[in-house]
Each structure stands twice: as C-alpha cells, then as structure tokens.
Design a protein around this ligand. Structure first.
Ligand SMILES: [Cu+2]
Length: 603
C-alpha cells in the first residue's frame, strides 16, 4: 500500500511555512475560563504537563469543562488546578492517587444524540444531592473517570463506571486508590465513561495519559532515554465539506456509513471519518498540515503513544526520505513485552504499528540525521465494508536540529531491575473453560444501509440485546483465580476493538490459527467479516482473573465509542474465590482500600 504520494508530500512541505506562520500568530488563545484553548494546525508538538507523585502521593484537582466553538463543535477538556489541560499523571507502583474531579459541564446548544436519549433519566431537583456512587443520571453533562488498563477494583471512588456519575453542581468527587505494587510500568490513560455519552466527551478532547513509572526497570534497553508522550485524538472534521486534496488519487463517491461517518472507501484515500490531533495540534482534512516535532540528529528517544481516538484506528509509521524506519516496541497497552519474565530485554522491531482506539504503543525511535526530512504518518486501515474511512495521512514532520529541546523527562540511566513476576506467566496456565462471544449489528431497516444500527456484544447462546445500564444482571460470572479462554467473533462487516476493564489478556489464536503472543494487551482489534469468509473472523484470548483486584462487577465492550454508546457492551461479575463468604458491607471510607467489597460491586 502506498503510504503517502510523493506529490502529496511535496505539497505539504511547501505549505508548511504558511501554516507555521499562522501558528505563531494564533499561539495565544483565550483563557481556560472561557474556552478549551487548543494549538493551531502546524504548531509544534508540545508535551502535556507532568503531574508527578511526591512521597508516594499524587493529589490533584481536575475540572471537566465544555465549550461550544463558533463552528458549532463542542470541546470537552480537563484542567488541573494550574490551568494545564489533560495533564499526564505519573505515579509509581504502590503510590496513592487522590484526584478530585469537579464537573463544570454545561448544557450546550447541542442536541443530545437521539440514540442516547433512552439513557437519560428524569433529572429532578433532588438529583444534585443524590449519591454519585449510586447515580441513575447519565446525560451529556454527567461525567466520571475510567482509568484504562489499571488493575484497581471496579468500586466507587476507584474504577467503577457503572453507577458512578457526577453531575454539574456536585461537589468535587474524590477518586482515591493505590496503584498496585505489581502494576506493570507503562502507559495508561483516563477518560470519561458515561454510558451513551462517552463518544461526545472523548471526541471533544476529554482524555489524558497516565504513566506508571519504571519501564526502564523492566527493560534496560530504554534506560537513560528521553521520553516523549504523544496523545493522538480524533475530533469532528474541521472542513467537512471540502473535497479531497487534488494531490490524492480520485476515489469512489463519498458515502456515509450507518454511524453517520465517512464510509470506508477501501482505497486509502478520501474523506476521513474524523480529523486527528497530536497533543491537541489538529491535522485537518483535506491537506493534513502536519504538526512539528524536533529531535536532535539521530537521537534515540522513547515514544509513548496513546490512541485516545473515539473511533479512529492508527497504523503508525516513521518515514525518513519516505523510507519506513524500524521502531523498537518495548510495551503494548501499558505492559512491557518482556513481562512474561523469560524474554530478557526483548524489543520487537517493526516498521508500522497498528493501534486500535484505546490502545497504546511504546517504542524506541532514532531521530533523522541532520538535513533528512522525517514524517510521522498513519497509514490507511481497512475497517471493512461497514467501517469508517481511515485514510493515509500525515501527523507530524520530524526535523533534526542541534537546537531541538530535549523532552521533559528522561528515564533513569541505572535502574534497579523489577522483581520477577509473582504469578506464573499467563501463557503457561491452562484455561478452566472456554466461552464464545460475538460482535454483531442489525439495521432497523435491513434494506437501507443508512438506517439506524443497533450494536451488540453477545455471549454465544444468549439473546442479543444492547447493553442496558439499568439491568445490573451480569452476562458472564467468573470466579477470581480462574483463567479462561474467550473466543471473540466478529459477525459484522466492520472492525471492532475488544476491551475489558481491570485486566489484561493474551492473544492465543487469530482466526483459529495459534499465535500465542508472549505479551499482554487490554484492547485488541477483531477483524471484520466479509461475504467470502467461510467462518466468522475471531480472536482467542486468555483472560486472567487471578488478581484479587478483579473481584467486582465491571464492563467489557467495543472501544469504538459510538459502538459502546450504542450498546456493544457486556457486564461481567468476578466473584471471590470463597463463594460461601457472606458479602461485606461497603462501609464509609472503605473505598481507600484496594480490596473491593463484594456488595459494593454487585447489585
Ligand atoms: Cu465496535
């Protein structure tokens, strides 16, 4: 597949100076109190502010705000107490996080999406005084936080998103939990998880990175490297009515898929479903003026990339003089590749990195030599006949310069190695049972591909139904301590990204072919179904319920948020090993413990 045409490259390099000129003029936008200021297209990629734990504690205030822009789009943003937007939270294993979340969201002029109306419950005057831990109010102005990938319990004030909902006017809501001592070091993230409204808030920019420190202790290949955090988000198109750039090949007529996004053209070009931004620097369709990254010539850096997109798949590549470079993957989804304890300082060298929405990839990259033009791009991803258009596009230029500022953080040069894992490697544990689940979609009018779609994630044998937040009845019940294999099929014609809260899993087989990846993930692409397939595409995942922090009731879902919001989600209850034990009461203050109470997480 052609990555970026030569003509497109030349065109974009030529326009770069103009874009930079504009970026300088627009560098100062309005204050945090009246907007979510964001950089202009073509601006330098600056890192989010770092908030680091001190003496084992990271305490911060975070305020969720939204503002409607003159073009009608609504930005959602997180501000810390110093006015930093979407700060990176940095903690070490064993550290305590105390995060006070204030909801300052306002009802904008924007209508609530029709598909989400069923989730809106009547808000009466008592709503503001009701317990945010047992809320029935889920609306566009409700919010909460999910700490994606972290193995903390799904209980209120920690990582419950099922019943936790904070309303505007509520006092700051305290999230308080300790990072487990054995949490793998790597890149995690936080984002809102209000059922029916996740996409609107995340597309608006509500997301931030979270780093569990010490990855150089897991893999000494990265010791001493400068690290750079890159958060790639998607957002509504800035120029939705523009024709594609003239430098692109002509593609079939622009179509809209049943989610209302630009449909997959299957060509690698054409109008994308969403624009992308990199650390909030937008890279808008149709010309994709790239953001700007500077590195010292041939400097080795450790890049920590989060795909915080609501629906956009990434397929990242770094090109020097248009030639793809080798990128050394050290960790995926927050877990070092060598976490199996047997592969030493393992690095997987690749020239392109697929990252589904919600996924993370952390890799070593060597900067270009002086004078060599570099580009960070995302190649096209074929999302299937029913999927969105994720075309080839640039994200950032990479320019070698002796004056390039160093990234803010550098990993320790002489780290103390992490202790070996306490539990046997997941790949050596036999599953106690196998379950089958499947993604599927139905159209309200089977003869109209643009009619409303219902999204399902169903346990095989059960009746497909969209997720019902009021039900509380688990679709799957598991015993803590068990390891299971889940075969997740895709019976629809578009990609889905399977994600489960509280734990990581291992890919055992791909379309029935054994793979046995010797590393973990928490979000995985499930290939789409085509008419020519003899069987539905599938992944077989080894699911790890051994950690006591998985006890509780939580969610698994597609991480394309319009699918999740539309019902492609299921509920799992992980029961304590000792099922005879009486449920404990969730006494006030017990949320500071990392041992969840059974009653708090079940209904
Ligand atoms: Cu999906």
């Amino acid at each position: 597949m052609v990555v970026v045409t030569k003509k497109l490259l030349l065109l974009l390099f030529a326009s770069l100076w103009l874009v930079h000129g504009r970026a300088v003029l627009c560098a100062q936008e309005s204050s945090p109190n009246t907007s979510c200021p964001r950089p202009s297209a073509g601006a330098p990629v600056t890192e989010p502010a770092d908030l680091r734990s001190r003496n084992g504690v990271l305490k911060l205030d975070l305020t969720a705000r939204n503002f409607t822009e003159p073009d009608g789009t609504t930005r959602f943003c997180y501000f810390d107490g110093n006015g930093n937007q979407s700060p990176t939270l940095r903690l070490s294993p064993g550290d305590l996080l105390i995060l006070n979340l204030k909801n300052d969201l306002t009802s904008s002029s924007r209508a609530i999406p029709a598909a989400s109306k069923s989730h809106q419950h009547n808000v009466n005057h008592a709503a503001n005084t009701s317990d945010p831990c047992e809320s029935t109010t889920m609306s566009l102005t409700s919010t909460n936080l999910h700490f994606h990938g972290i193995t903390v319990p799904a209980v209120c004030h920690q990582d419950d998103v099922l019943k936790t909902s904070i309303q505007p006017g509520d006092p700051p809501f305290e999230y308080k939990f300790r990072i487990p001592e054995d949490e793998p070091p790597g890149l995690y993230w936080y984002h809102p998880h209000i059922h029916g409204f996740s996409k609107a808030q995340v597309v608006g920019g509500a997301s931030g990175a979270m780093i569990i420190e010490g990855i150089e202790r897991a893999n000494k290949a990265v010791a001493g490297l400068p690290e750079r955090v890159l958060v790639i988000r998607d957002q509504d198109l800035l120029n939705p009515n523009s024709p594609p750039s003239k430098s692109e090949p002509v593609v079939p007529k622009f179509l809209v898929d049943h989610d209302g996004d630009a449909a997959n053209t299957g060509t690698g070009f054409g109008k994308p479903a969403k624009d992308l931004s990199i650390n909030f620097v937008p890279v808008p369709y149709p010309d994709y003026p790239p953001a700007a990254i500077q590195m010292k010539p041939q400097e080795r850096q450790f890049w920590r990339v989060l795909n915080a997109s609501a629906i956009t798949y990434l397929n990242l590549a770094v090109l020097y003089k248009q030639k793809p470079q080798q990128l050394g993957i050290v960790a995926l989804d927050g877990v070092p590749l060598n976490a199996n304890g047997t592969t030493g300082n393992f690095i997987s060298w690749q020239d392109h990195l697929g990252v589904p929405p919600g996924g993370r990839v952390e890799f070593i990259v060597t900067g270009p030599a002086a004078g060599v033009p570099g580009l960070l791009v995302t190649r096209t991803v074929d999302t299937g006949l029913g999927g969105e258009n994720d075309p080839n596009r640039m994200l950032a230029t990479i320019t070698a310069s002796d004056e390039a500022p160093e990234p803010r953080s550098t990993l320790a040069a002489s780290p103390v190695p992490l202790p070996p894992p306490a539990l046997p490697w997941l790949g050596t544990v036999a599953p106690v049972r196998v379950r089958k689940l499947y993604f599927s979609e139905t159209l309200s009018d089977p003869n109209d591909p643009n009619s409303a779609t219902t999204f399902y994630l169903t346990v095989d044998g059960q009746t497909p139904k969209p997720f019902d937040p009021a039900s509380g009845i688990p679709d799957i019940v598991v015993k803590q301590g068990d390891v299971e294999d889940w075969i997740v099929e895709n019976r629809s014609t578009e990609l889905h990204a399977f994600h489960i809260h509280q734990l990581h899993f291992m890919l055992v087989a791909w379309n029935g072919v054994p793979i046995n990846e010797p590393f973990l993930r928490d979000t995985i692409n499930v290939p789409f179904h085509s008419a020519a397939d003899l069987q539905f595409p599938s992944v077989r995942l080894r699911m790890d319920f051994r950690d006591p922090n998985t006890i509780g009731t939580f969610l698994y879902h597609c991480h394309l948020l319009e699918h999740e919001d539309g019902g492609m989600m299921g509920l799992i209850r992980v029961e304590p090993d000792d099922t005879a034990r009486a449920p404990e009461k969730n006494t006030p203050g017990s949320h500071t413990s990392n041992t969840p109470t059974h009653s708090a997480a079940s209904n």
